[in-house]
Design a protein around this ligand. Structure first.
Ligand code: IMP
Ligand code: MG
Length: 173
């Protein structure tokens, strides 16, 4: 496993997530549902849930698993559903959480599915946003950090299934 060039430290990530938690708690009803996209968002959801708890929110937590990126740095371009949310989302306020918004396809796909379930609302949140890579227009209301077109890993995010367990985010060079 090669070394990453550090981009966001553990401390930077946790302070940013605290702020996001406060903003989200203020914007959503206390009983919303988090739908995290697996696998990349698992660490972010875990820390965001605790930040939300500190800010007075008590969301339900669900996950949806979409097709993986494959083993390289390029997206396959097509999104597939691998694991669905097993519970009823009708009339729920949903916070859709992903690690990175890149082309926007994953968020757009998940949002369409959740709307088909007749959720009351769907608001998207991503730890990282690469706006220069967007191919599909999506509204991401809560963003941790904007990043340029670099391939990153760590903090739940992988490169060929490596680096997910790192507590910080770095650039794969
Ligand atoms: P999108 O559907 O193109 O927006 O891609 C989103 C997904 O691609 C993210 O949830 C990540 O899993 C993956 N992805 C995008 N950029 C990166 C990166 O820099 N490193 C690792 N995974 C990435
Ligand atoms: Mg992902």
């Amino acid at each position: 496993m090669g070394k990453l060039r550090p981009l966001f430290t553990e401390t930077e990530i946790s302070s940013r997530i605290d702020v996001l938690g406060t903003e989200i708690a203020r914007a959503l009803p206390t009983d919303f549902v988090i739908v995290g996209l697996l696998k990349g968002s698992f660490m972010f959801v875990a820390d965001l849930a605790r930040a939300l708890h500190r800010a007075g929110s008590a969301p339900r937590i669900e996950f949806m698993r979409l097709s993986s990126y494959g083993m390289g740095k390029q997206s396959a371009g097509e999104v597939h559903l691998i694991g669905d949310v097993p519970t009823d989302l009708a009339r729920q306020s949903v916070l859709l959480v992903d690690d990175i918004v890149d082309t926007g396809r994953s968020i757009a796909y998940a949002e369409t599915l959740i709307r088909q379930r007749e959720a009351a609302s769907v608001i998207a949140c991503a730890l990282l946003d690469k706006p220069s890579r967007r191919e599909v227009e999506v509204a991401v209301r809560f963003v941790g950090f904007e990043v340029p077109d670099l391939f990153v890993a760590g903090y739940g995010i992988d490169y060929a299934e490596q680096y997910r367990g790192l507590p910080f985010i770095g650039v794969v060079e």
